[in-house]
Structure formats: C-alpha cells, structure tokens
Design a protein around this ligand. Structure first.
Ligand code: NDP
Ligand code: HSE
Length: 437
C-alpha cells in the first residue's frame, strides 16, 4: 500500500481545527475514496499550546510556518491563516518549494489569485480552494466540472453567512445588528475583521472568484462593485415584505454583450424564490446556464466542519491527481490559462437592474406625478407604487416605487433630479431588485 500523503497545516483556528477533526474522524472512509491515506503530519500555529491541545500528539506542532514548507516530507500545504499578508508569502513559498496548496482564503485569491495561479502553473502544482466560496457547498467543483458543458449566463448567491445570519435574525426576531454580529463572531462565522462581512467585501471576494470561473476571466476584485448591509434600514425590510420581497446581500456576476457585471449589494428578491428563503448562516448559489437551465446549490457557508468538508475534499482531489500529467488536470480557473478571455468587467453605471425606491415626500397633490415624470424622462418604467397612508395631521408620507430593469447610470441621473424636488424631504433610499427568474 502507498504511504499516506503528508499534509502540513498552517493555522489551526476555526477551520484548521475542523479540518483536523474531520480528517481524523473519517480517516478510513477517506482513505478508501482517495486510494491512499491522508495524514496531517505537521501543524504550524502562533499559539503552539492551543495547537498541541487540539492535535494531542498526533502531529508535530511548530510555531514557524516556514518549517512546514521547508520539510521535504510534506506533499501538500494547507493555508488556513487568512488575509493577504503572511498567508500570501507562505502560499508563494510553498508553491516555489514544489508543494501543492489547499486554501480557504478567498481574500488572498480574489486579490492575488492571478499571481498565485501563474506561479502554480509554472511549478506544475495544484492550488485548490473549494472552501474559499460558500464554505461546505461544492460550488467550485460544480462550476468548474459539473457545468463544464454550459455557457454560463449568470451566477447569483447568498455567499456570506454572517450577513445572512444578521439579516435573518433582524427580520424574524427584530434583534439589533450589533448583538447578532457578536453572536456570528462567537459561532466562528465572521472574518477576523468583521467589517469584511458587513461591508460586503467578503462576499465580493467570493463573487470575484465565481466570476472568473464562470466566464474564464482573470480575478478582478478591484473592478467589483461592493456594498454591505450597514446602511440597510428595518423600514425597508418591512416595505419589501409588503411588496412580496426579501432583502438579501447578493453577490451577482452576469455576462452581458458589453462585458461582465460583478457586484455585491443588498437586493430585493421575490419571496417566492427558493433563494429568498435561505436563512441564518446558510448559503445558496443559483447558476443560470444555457444547457442545464437553473441549478441551485444550498448548504452551510461557514463554520469549522462545513468548511473543513471542502478543505478535505480538495486534499482528496490532490491525492488522486498528484501523479497525473499536470497538463491534463482541471485548470485552476476552469478555463485553460492560454484560453482566458479579456472581456471587461462593467462599471456599476453600466449595470442593468431594477430598483426599489423609498421617498419621503410632502403629502400634497402633484408630488407623485412630478416623480413619475422624471422617471419617464429617463425611460425608467414603473412596476409598482405603494404609498403609506399618512396619519391625521401628518404632512409627509413614504412613497415606495418598484421599477423595471434599467441602466444604473440612467437611474442615478433620475435620482439626482428627484432628490432636488422641494417636495422630496429626505435622502432617497434606493435598493437594487433582481427577479432571478
Ligand atoms: P482563525 O482566526 O480562527 O484561524 C487562523 C489561525 O491561524 C489562528 O489559530 C492563528 O493563530 C493562526 N495564525 C495566524 N498567523 C499565523 C502564522 N504566521 N503562522 C501560523 N499560524 C498563524 O481563522 P479561520 O479558521 O476562521 O479562517 C481561516 C481561513 O479560512 C481564512 O482565510 C478565512 O477567510 C477562511 N474561511 C473561514 C471560514 C469560517 O467559517 N471561519 C469559512 C470559509 C473560509 P492566533 O489565533 O494565535 O493568531
Ligand atoms: N465570514 C464568512 C461568512 C466565512 O460569514 O460567510 C465563510 O467564508
């Protein structure tokens, strides 16, 4: 029997300890699938005392991650430290040392993926990253292999567990933002810097990776439009419900004639869609492709063992393919490096989407017609209007408008004109809306 493949783990925090636990518990089952044992032989972590406790004598613990990379017996390096700093250096050093790499680090790949994949290609090693998008959901595998026959049209996903957890708890229990965020941190869902979650950056890292794999373009995080949930107001969640919509933080990438849309922002989705009913830390990714039609992938997007499930799947893949001809492996970004496309990522003004608008207006005759005139002048057609009945003596009211699809730049011009009307009494709230039909 072949000797077990030797793995070195860099970072044994939430995902690292989950990976250690899953691999130990399911060792025999995994060996039967991989055709060879997979053994974590070395673990590097700054907190060696905590690492020793987790490992309990089953692997060598070191404080210096470079000692793992330098060890010639290690075949695969698993990077579970996170961030763009030391993690980048270590991944590039592991590649240079001829090791295969597994990482859950979406931030690193979204920002430095092109450099990392090029280095791996040169060294003929694999960089696997199933855990980087949607935790335990095998969405990378699905897009890169399962849907390989298709021309992908769009991918839309709830791909940040922390924000979905916050939105769900706020909607269902009326809980306050800060309390729910603390709970998400306690449960191990949130990033080391939780502003990455709540400001949409983490979802944009993931959407960037999905976009590259779906359309065969380089990773271009700097071209993504990113909005989080911090400015979302409870009143808009309630109005959306009345109109038959849920608000979710959606990551969306869509192929259009002029280029590719790549954006993350709060989005109204019809409540009747399955994806609108994805609650808590669960993730879901919808893919629209020409041959298969719509497919939906659902599961746990964060947490120790769900993420470990994806890390271990990558370890099995590498174990199976380590001896295969590097030219015939599945390409890192689904398309062969010499067949990547230079289709541009569109500016947000060029994006086509529908809108939810909430205007606080003076409750007097002619207000609605002035607003609808501005929308008509910008060729923006209205789908629905809701006006809150004002209480006796009240001189202002909320006017809610749902539009049909329009070019964002046109909507921005119309918003500026509407905002300038003396009868519009507060900053207009605009939230994008997607039917995902
Ligand atoms: P944690 O912060 O829980 O774990 C990171 C570990 O790395 C800590 O134990 C830390 O030690 C250690 N570490 C930091 N610097 C070094 C270093 N120079 N050398 C060795 N060890 C070091 O993070 P997570 O496990 O949550 O996340 C790991 C990665 O997985 C990140 O890229 C994250 O984005 C990604 N991810 C996380 C998910 C989750 O649900 N948590 C889901 C999907 C992906 P110390 O604590 O002492 O600093
Ligand atoms: N912070 C991330 C989330 C972890 O909440 O989804 C999983 O990538």
């Amino acid at each position: 029997m072949m000797k077990p493949i030797q793995v070195g783990l860099l970072g044994i925090g939430t995902v690292g300890s989950g990976t250690f636990a899953v691999l130990s518990r399911n060792q025999e089952e995994i060996r039967r699938r991989a055709g060879r044992g997979i053994e974590i032989a070395m673990v590097a972590d700054l907190d060696t005392a905590r690492a020793e406790k987790i490992v309990a004598g089953r692997a060598k613990v070191v404080a210096d991650a470079r000692a793992v990379i330098a060890d010639t017996s290690i075949d695969i390096v698993v990077e579970l430290i996170g961030g763009y700093g030391i993690a980048k250096t270590l991944v590039l050093e592991a590649i240079a040392a001829g090791k295969h790499v597994v990482t859950a680090n979406k931030a690193l790949l979204a920002v430095h993926g092109n450099e990392i994949f090029a280095a791996a290609q040169k060294q003929r090693v694999m960089v696997a990253f199933e855990a980087a998008v949607a935790g335990g959901i095998p969405i990378i595998k699905a897009l890169r292999e399962g849907l390989t026959a298709n021309r992908i049209e769009w991918v839309a996903g709830i791909i940040n567990g922390t924000t979905n957890f916050i939105l769900s708890e706020m909607r269902a229990k009326g809980s306050d933002f800060a309390t729910v965020l603390k709970e998400a941190q306690r449960l191990g869902y949130a990033e080391a810097d939780p502003t990455f979650d709540i400001e949409g950056v983490d979802a944009a890292h993931k959407a960037t990776i999905l976009s590259a794999i779906a359309f065969g373009v380089p990773v271009q995080f700097d071209r993504a439009h990113v909005e989080g949930i911090t400015r979302l107001q409870a009143v808009d969640i309630r109005y959306a419900e009345q109109l038959g919509y849920r608000i979710k933080l959606l990551g969306l990438t869509r192929r259009r004639d002029q280029g590719i849309e790549l954006r993350v922002h709060p989005t109204l989705i019809p409540s009747k869609r399955l994806i609108a009913n994805v609650e808590g830390a669960m993730n879901a990714v919808l893919v629209q492709a020409d041959a298969v039609g719509t497919t939906l992938y659902y599961g746990k997007g964060a947490g120790a063992e769900p993420t470990a499930s994806a890390v271990v799947a990558d370890l099995v893949d590498i174990t199976r393919l380590a001896t295969a001809d590097p030219d015939h492996r599945v390409p890192h970004l689904a398309f062969r490096p010499d067949a990547m496309s230079d289709t541009p990522i569109l500016a947000i003004e060029q994006v086509v989407t529908a809108f939810y608008l909430r205007l606080v207006v003076a409750d007097e005759a002619g207000v609605l017609s002035r607003i609808t005139t501005i929308l008509a002048e910008h060729e923006i057609s209205i789908d629905a209007v809701l006006q809150r009945e004002s209480a006796e003596g009240e001189r202002q009211t909320d006017l809610i408008i749902l539009t049909h699809d329009t070019v964002e730049g046109r909507m921005r011009e119309a918003l500026t004109k509407m905002q300038a009307l003396p009868t519009v009494l507060a900053p207009i709230v605009s939230i994008r809306k997607e039917e995902l039909a």
